[in-house]
Design a protein around this ligand. Structure first.
Ligand code: ASP
Length: 332
């Protein structure tokens, strides 16, 4: 009996020591963090919409953090390679992921996924919401959405619709566009919007649905043709641009939202510090003005939090899963 009590006592003591060690390590880490540059992993090619948001954010977050936030592009498999990399990275506060709707569509698009977006991460907060635009090569013989749909229907076997990878949000948008039209065309995946848009500018592909963060400048310069914006309401950055909804695709809506994630087990003190820097950066005029020019809207305060991102990811996963399964589309 006495031996039993002694055993319990030493177990309690060991637990207390372990807990204090974690607390000491945690608070020491909180004081010294960040002690070196931090990596922000981008799942798509450099120069694309996610990359533009990431680099503008990284510059704005480096100020409150007092350390450089380095953007690294890890391309492939519609963003899932980067997410898987971060899910398995050391949870030490020096590796983060910025990703978009792809985190909520991947579980339905990929039958084999090496990570679970809802359980394998710590959630930092949301960043910006970005509308998409359906654009075409500038010499397409269609002046508006109605003419485009007639042209696509008549030439379906010849039309190439680019996207930023199977599982990218441009893939989702293109898939919804084909479904809404009732016509299937050939899909051409790239490793991000930057190469997909180059192919459109070069006339190697016909159509692309992608974020205003990268398409606006080409729409304004007239180097691509705009057929509609994917939000229900017109956007402030291009008030003359009609929505796809107005053009006849009723209830068509895709908005790209971005979140910042850390590997599961990253200390709460680190997440809090990174989140505080994120919220400061979202108020930084350099960040906010650039985003407004590109048609992006800063996420509302309630979504800039770990809980806000997690519950939004849950609701988006519930929203897109059935849509993708009903379309019978897989990326793998
Ligand atoms: N816009 C891309 C997508 O469709 C990704 C990117 O290059 O930012 O997901």
């Amino acid at each position: 009996m006495r031996q039993h009590t002694r055993l319990i006592r030493s177990a309690v003591l060991a637990t207390t020591v372990a807990v204090s060690l974690v607390l000491v390590t945690g608070s020491t880490l909180a004081q010294s963090y960040p002690a070196k540059p931090i990596s922000l992993i981008v799942p798509f090619a450099a120069g694309g919409p996610t990359d533009i948001v990431a680099r503008t954010l990284a510059a704005a977050m480096s100020k409150p953090l007092g350390q450089t936030v380095l953007v690294e592009n890890k391309l492939g498999a519609g963003g899932t390679l980067a997410a898987s990399y971060v899910a398995k990275a050391a949870p030490d506060g020096y590796t983060f992921l910025i990703h978009h709707n792809g985190m909520s569509t991947a579980p339905a698009l990929y039958r084999k996924l090496s990570f679970n977006p809802l359980t394998d991460f710590e959630y930092v907060g949301q960043v910006v919401d970005v509308p998409m635009t359906l654009i075409g090569r500038k010499d397409l013989p269609a002046k508006n959405l109605q003419e485009l749909m007639a042209y696509v229907k008549a030439n379906a076997s010849k039309i190439n619709l680019a996207n930023a990878g199977l599982g990218a949000v441009s893939h989702l948008c293109g898939m919804l566009f084909q479904k809404a039209m009732g016509t299937e065309v050939t899909t051409v995946p790239f490793s991000g919007t930057a190469p997909a848009l180059n192919a459109l500018l070069g006339g190697q592909v016909d159509l692309l649905c992608d974020q205003t963060t990268q398409t606006t400048q080409h729409i304004k310069a007239g180097t691509v043709k705009l057929f509609g914006v994917t939000t229900k309401e017109r956007i402030r950055a291009m008030p003359d641009a009609a929505t796809l909804n107005e053009g006849g695709l009723k209830d068509f809506e895709v908005i790209v939202w971005h979140g910042v994630y850390a590997p599961k087990g990253t200390p709460v003190s680190v997440i809090e510090k990174f989140n505080a820097a994120l919220r400061t950066a979202l108020k930084d005029p350099a960040f906010a003005n650039r985003m407004t020019d590109l048609g992006a809207e800063i996420a509302p305060d309630a979504k800039q939090t770990p809980e806000g991102l997690k519950s939004w990811l849950q609701s988006e996963t519930q929203k897109w899963g059935p849509v993708i399964r009903a379309a019978g589309v897989y990326a793998d």
